[in-house]
Design a protein around this ligand. Structure first.
Ligand SMILES: Cc1cc2nc3c(=O)[nH]c(=O)nc-3n(C[C@H](O)[C@H](O)[C@H](O)COP(=O)(O)O)c2cc1C
Length: 197
């Protein structure tokens, strides 16, 4: 009996040890834990292949009823980056970024009625995928909010001549990371509730 108990405890220690070790060496989890908003970039250009990888990551996101109600506008034109940076103080770093992706909701592809608003969650999932993919390939990026600020939406729709049914959710300036930046520690045990509040 005593030996059995000992073996059981030993096995439990081994199992828990393995799972901790897996977390520490799991590249996907490491990428999630280490991503952070990057607002300063080196002068190096982000290659087109890398941009395509980020777009592929965005389009891999889950979406309600698999509607994929998104559209992505890649900005790599210097004058356009300057103009957007001037108009959007909250996204001023776009001026120094190699490029930016503007994640938009396409209302012609969105669900109808009350479910239409799911486009925000769908496009947010796509955005997070882009941020994570950028981090994983040595790039730096930051989510700069546009929607639901109606003024920002209008200004960006005008600059980019967007049709009415295309709503920009955010601007993601992207560049090569100048230096590594420590992620913020956001772990808060008190935010977790098990089975009841
Ligand atoms: C909806 C949303 C809007 C944001 N808008 C801006 C913005 O306009 N400008 C900016 O510099 N960062 C913006 N951020 C980035 C946040 O400031 C950043 O995610 C937050 O401080 C946490 O830092 P971290 O991304 O490094 O973990 C936004 C993030 C989210 C999710």
């Amino acid at each position: 009996m005593k030996i059995k108990t000992f073996l059981l405890i030993f096995a439990l220690i081994l199992i828990s040890g393995t799972s901790i070790a897996q977390t520490e060496t799991n590249p996907s989890l490491e990428n999630i834990f280490n991503r952070t908003s990057i607002r300063a970039y080196s002068d190096k250009e982000v290659e087109k292949d890398a941009i395509m990888t980020l777009l592929r990551a965005g389009m891999s996101a889950p979406s309600a009823v698999n509607k994929q109600p998104w559209a992505f506008i890649v900005i790599d034109n210097k004058e356009l980056k300057e103009k957007i940076g001037e108009e959007f103080k909250n996204a001023g770093m776009i001026k120094k970024a190699s490029c930016a992706i503007i994640v938009c909701g396409d209302m012609n592809l969105a669900l109808e009625g009350q479910a239409r608003e799911f486009w925000v969650q769908d496009c947010s999932a796509a955005t997070e995928n882009i941020l994570l993919a950028a981090h994983s390939i040595g790039l730096g990026a930051v989510w700069c909010g546009v929607y639901p600020n109606t003024e920002r939406v209008k200004v960006l729709q005008d600059i980019l001549s967007l049709p009415e049914h295309i709503i920009p959710l955010n601007i993601i300036p992207i560049g090569v990371r100048e230096k590594e930046q420590e992620p913020k520690d956001k772990w808060k045990e008190e935010r977790i509730h098990w089975n009841k509040w």
